[in-house]
Design a protein around this ligand. Structure first.
Ligand code: FEO
Ligand code: CA
Ligand code: CA
Length: 667
């Protein structure tokens, strides 16, 4: 290990944030009988007795929703809808898929994309400008837009693949890691390269006659980075807490960071979600304001970008230095934690941060099915320990062909309270809502306006009485019955189990689901149940009510996606000892059939990688899946994976194209 390797290891963690919810709003402590029942069951003592799987959820019969009957009629129907053989767990440094399928690496980090189309240099010596014209690092959420999507077409041969680049492995991005002088970053060129390796890529792709996909040289190809100019939209636009030296009006921003999962709108735009952004900033102030402290801002930043002089780097230092907020960057962190809308078909368009969707560690955004004349409804999880699940309902109605991103600027943000009786409530975080006003008064907290509520979304949710969850990750909506599924990846800091989070602590994670009541996604009431508890054979409950088996044991569920036929695809993000010495092998992707309770492992990723991000062509003959941070923790002198380029080569995040060897639909 070189001195730089050592310094890099000390300076750069894996990107997950420490818990910062110190609110006193309880886990569901008053509901002890149900808690006790589920605690026992989740401990592996009486697996199968818990009637939450394959049975109707509370509220389904009274809601009398026709879609509910699919679940009630056929919970134990055993017709296999998963016609492939489960892949075994493995620690092979490759992609493993079932017999009859093919997996091909595509668009790895460094693929030339725009401008001068600079070739990827294996030794990390591409410049910062090269990186701005190449695919970024650490692929995550992704969507395929058919090239004729704006005309409501379903072209499956040609489209725009849009994907996030969540974070970076500094040791691999440069020839020999970061250059440090007295423990501080000293190279502007290196830091610019790091900023440019973040963000989003828009990639025009086409399938050739022989079936292979390729990147087209195209004016639509685009890199959005941690420095791309952005606008701020919604209620917080122009807020005093968004004023900075760069934007004294609080309306403009620079870049998007730590883009984890994603969403896509009914009007054909892409949404990228800012997750663990707090670690990019540092503040030397002892008395952090609530809009920073509640998000875990610290005195040291993850990558040390704030060490450098010059406006482009000083913005990462949120210390109060000047007389007013318009003369320093105390408010720069308030420009992050949002969902950003990007029009992939308009390469000159300015991305917009949609503040009505709230400010937290946004994992992703999933839309309920839209209906003309109804508001749009979407869901987003705050992926940090003991944080919450949110829902947004637009003020205005959806009008096909006429609606656009303004629907994301005016609406109500709610946070979920999961009650132990299987019901739940959406609590409005709205300064005009009487219940929220009363909660604020009771808590002795005040907000000047709705913009301030949204900038302090976590605090607002604490006050409203939301249920602390086990790290909400992706959501997905079942096309068969409208149920919303969410992964809760794990929670090592849970000290009190509750009905919705029944393990304390929760090392393996689980999947929860709910149905909105009153046949209305905008409803304030829902009925929920647990879909599965992940874990070992000795400590798990599968979707069929039985312990998991060698064919489907998993931990730390994260990515989640329903295909059009109602099969649920689950991706895992295990790390540390769970990944390296547990019984689960490398991270994986499984497919569940909620109608039968069947669950099978479909894919195993390479060493040290997370499997995350999933998108399909409309004909379902191509599935795109992202492999993030293979060989996590590698240095140039110690490669822990060499996927996808092979022996001696630095590992690279990449998309994997999955097809059937006979060219037919995937399932
Ligand atoms: Fe970036 Fe919560 O995963
Ligand atoms: Ca994730
Ligand atoms: Ca994760």
């Amino acid at each position: 290990m070189s001195p730089n390797d050592k310094a890099n290891e000390l300076l750069f963690g894996n990107g997950d944030e420490l818990p910062s919810n110190h609110s006193t709003n309880p886990h569901i402590t008053e509901l002890s009988s149900a808690i006790g029942r589920r605690q026992v069951l989740a401990g592996g003592v009486a697996l199968g007795a818990l009637a939450f799987l394959g049975s109707a959820m509370p509220g389904i019969t009274e809601a009398a929703e026709p879609a509910a009957h699919g679940l009630q009629k056929a919970p134990f129907k055993r017709r296999s809808k998963l016609p492939f053989s489960a892949v075994a767990t493995t620690r092979a440094d490759t992609i493993t898929v079932p017999a009859g399928y093919r997996a091909t690496a595509f668009i790895p980090w460094g693929t030339p994309l725009t401008g001068g189309y600079p070739a990827y240099l294996e030794d990390g010596s591409n410049s910062a400008q090269d990186q701005a014209e190449q695919l970024g690092m650490h692929h995550d959420g992704m969507h395929f837009f058919p090239i004729d999507a704006q005309q409501r077409g379903k072209n499956s041969q040609h489209g725009l693949l849009v994907l996030n680049h969540e974070y970076i492995d500094v040791p691999l991005l440069h020839p020999n890691g970061a250059t440090l002088v007295a423990g501080k970053r000293s190279s502007a060129e290196e830091v610019r390269k790091e900023i440019n390796a973040h963000g989003v890529s828009v990639v025009e792709v086409r399938r050739g006659l022989a079936g292979q996909w390729s990147v087209l040289p195209s004016a639509r190809n685009r890199r959005i980075t941690g420095a791309t100019p952005m606008q701020i939209g919604g209620p917080a636009r122009g807020h005093a807490l968004l004023q900075t030296r760069h934007s004294p009006q609080g309306t403009a921003s620079r870049g998007t960071l730590n883009n984890c999962s994603n969403g896509f709108t009914p009007w054909g735009t892409y949404l990228t979600c800012e997750e663990n952004w707090a670690g990019y900033f540092a503040s030397a102030d002892a008395d952090l304001p609530r809009e920073l402290s509640r998000y875990g801002l610290r005195s040291n930043s993850r990558y040390g970008w704030d060490h450098l002089a010059g406006d482009e780097f000083e913005r990462f230092n949120a210390t109060r230095k000047a007389a007013t907020a318009q003369d320093d960057y105390r408010n720069e962190p308030n420009h992050f934690g949002w969902i950003v809308e990007i029009d992939p078909f308009a390469p000159e368009s300015t991305p917009v941060k949609r503040t009505a969707l709230g400010r937290f560690a946004h994992e992703g955004l999933v839309f309920a099915p839209v209906k003309a004349g109804r508001p749009i409804v979407c869901y987003s999880g705050d992926d940090s320990q003991n944080e919450y699940i949110y829902k947004y309902v637009s003020r205005d109605k959806y009008r096909p062909g006429r609606s656009d991103g303004r629907l994301l600027d005016e609406g109500t943000l709610y946070v979920a309270r999961f009650d132990a009786n299987g019901k739940g409530q959406w609590l409005a975080l709205d300064i005009h809502d009487p219940q929220f006003q009363a909660a604020c008064t009771a808590a002795g907290v005040s907000f000047a306006d709705q913009g301030e509520v949204l900038i302090n979304t976590r605090l607002a949710a604490d006050i409203a009485g939301a249920t602390k969850m086990d790290r909400p990750e992706w959501g997905a909506v079942n096309p068969d019955n409208g149920e919303v599924y969410f992964t809760l990846t794990n929670n090592s800091s849970r000290t009190t189990a509750d009905a919705a989070n029944p393990r304390s602590p929760n090392p393996y994670g689980h999947i929860i689901r709910w149905r909105e009541l009153s046949k209305n996604y905008a409803s304030r009431h829902f009925a929920w149940s647990l879909f599965m508890l992940a874990g070992t054979e000795a400590d798990s409950i599968g979707p069929n009510g039985q312990p998991l088996t060698a064919d489907n044991r998993l931990a730390s569920p994260d990515g989640l996606w329903f295909d059009e036929e109602g099969r649920l695809w689950i991706q895992t993000d295990m790390s540390g000892s769970q990944l390296n010495s547990g019984p689960f092998g490398n991270n994986q992707m499984l497919v569940a059939e909620p109608r039968t309770g069947e669950l099978k492992r479909f894919l195993v990723g390479p060493l040290g990688a997370e499997v995350t991000g999933i998108a399909a062509t409309p004909d379902f003959r191509t599935l795109f899946v992202n492999i993030q941070h293979p060989g996590e923790g590698s240095t140039p002198n110690n490669l822990l994976s060499t996927w996808p380029d092979g022996p001696g080569k630095r590992p690279r995040s990449a998309t994997v194209i999955i097809t059937r060897e006979d060219g037919r639909r995937l399932l």
